[in-house]
Design a protein around this ligand. Structure first.
Ligand code: FJE
Ligand code: FE
Length: 303
């Protein structure tokens, strides 16, 4: 058999799971809790992904006024609602199933606080921007739950946050090429999802237990992150349990650039970080409107 044909056979197989992490709860922000899987010590960066937090927050805790520069934050609500307010007057609440795709670019200062009583839960993913886009104008893309692209087939439901699945495409524009899929599989269901070659990809399990990559492997349960290897056409998943399985599958094109991070600032060099801290301190180069701004929730809570 010619070599190319042999490779095309193996490329029909699933990407393997090469690493598995359990994300344990840790304090973050002001009295909030996150299960951080990407962005912690053992996995500082999974190009182009900087942070994946499964957050849980109840009033009066939250994430009061803070800046961002050089990347995008994607907030996807799982339960309850979060109110965001930024220094340009952009304000609103995102509720269960809603999505906010924020391109911080050269600078955003905002607060993210619980919108109601009870526990608010969601996912926040930080996606790095390439050097040529780090200083672009900030931009929001927001989608209400009812407008999220969704498809169902043979016990599989997918919500397409970014990219394409089961013939459905998300309207979200991703500056860094990204796919973000929210899958629910009924007991006995199975799915095969292509992933672009050369992209990094991971799974984070939200509910239930699933078998990923190899049908003979042992099941993985909620709050685990699975890093996928680079061989194979995509991912194959089986729900052999008696409960439904929910997980996200996220993939992105690696940037292959140096990353220098200082908290919510992510640039390519220490020099750029130093300049960013000056810009934030002096309210320049994108942080002008931070000078006289405080979010209403921070004023209300006395921050
Ligand atoms: C933070 C910088 C930040 N995880 N999950 C430093 F941007 C944040 C921050 C968040 C955050 C917000 C939401 Cl809504 C959900 C998050 C980090 O705002 F906590 C620190 N310490
Ligand atoms: Fe933020």
């Amino acid at each position: 058999m010619p070599e190319t044909q042999m490779y095309s056979v193996s490329s029909k197989e699933s990407r393997p799971v090469v690493k598995k992490f359990l994300a344990r709860p840790q304090p973050e922000g002001f009295g909030a809790t996150v299960r951080r899987s990407i962005g912690r010590f053992e996995l500082k960066y999974f190009d182009p992904f900087l942070v994946l937090d499964e957050f849980s927050v109840s009033a009066p805790a939250g994430f009061p006024d803070h800046p961002h520069r050089g990347f995008e934050t994607v907030t996807y609500m799982l339960q309850g609602a979060v109110t965001h307010e930024d220094f340009e007057g952009h304000k609103g609440s995102i509720e269960t199933g809603d999505l906010q795709w924020m391109t911080a670019g050269r600078g955003i200062v905002h607060s993210e606080m619980p919108a109601s009583n009870g526990t608010q839960k969601g996912l926040q993913l930080w996606i790095n921007l390439s050097s040529k886009y780090k200083m672009i104008e900030p931009r929001y893309q927001e989608i209400r739950s009812k407008d999220v692209a969704e498809a169902a087939k043979d016990g599989v439901n997918v919500r397409v946050i970014a990219g394409e699945a089961l013939g459905i495409t998300s309207p979200i524009y991703t500056r860094t090429p990204t796919m973000y899929l929210d899958f629910s599989l009924k007991p006995g269901a199975q799915v095969r999802q292509p992933i672009p070659v050369s992209w990094n990809a991971f799974v984070y399990i939200l509910e239930g237990e699933g078998i990923f990559g190899n049908s003979h492997s042992s099941p993985t349960t909620a709050h685990h992150l699975l890093l996928l290897g680079s061989s194979g056409y995509g991912l194959e998943v089986w729900n052999k349990s008696s409960k439904s399985l929910r997980f996200i599958l996220v993939g992105g094109e690696p940037l292959g650039e140096p990353v220098v991070q200082f908290g919510p600032f992510v640039m390519n060099s220490q020099e750029e970080i130093d300049r960013t801290m000056e810009d934030y301190e002096n309210c320049t180069n994108g942080f002008e409107k931070a000078r006289h701004w405080k979010s209403e929730s921070s004023v209300f809570l006395g921050f």
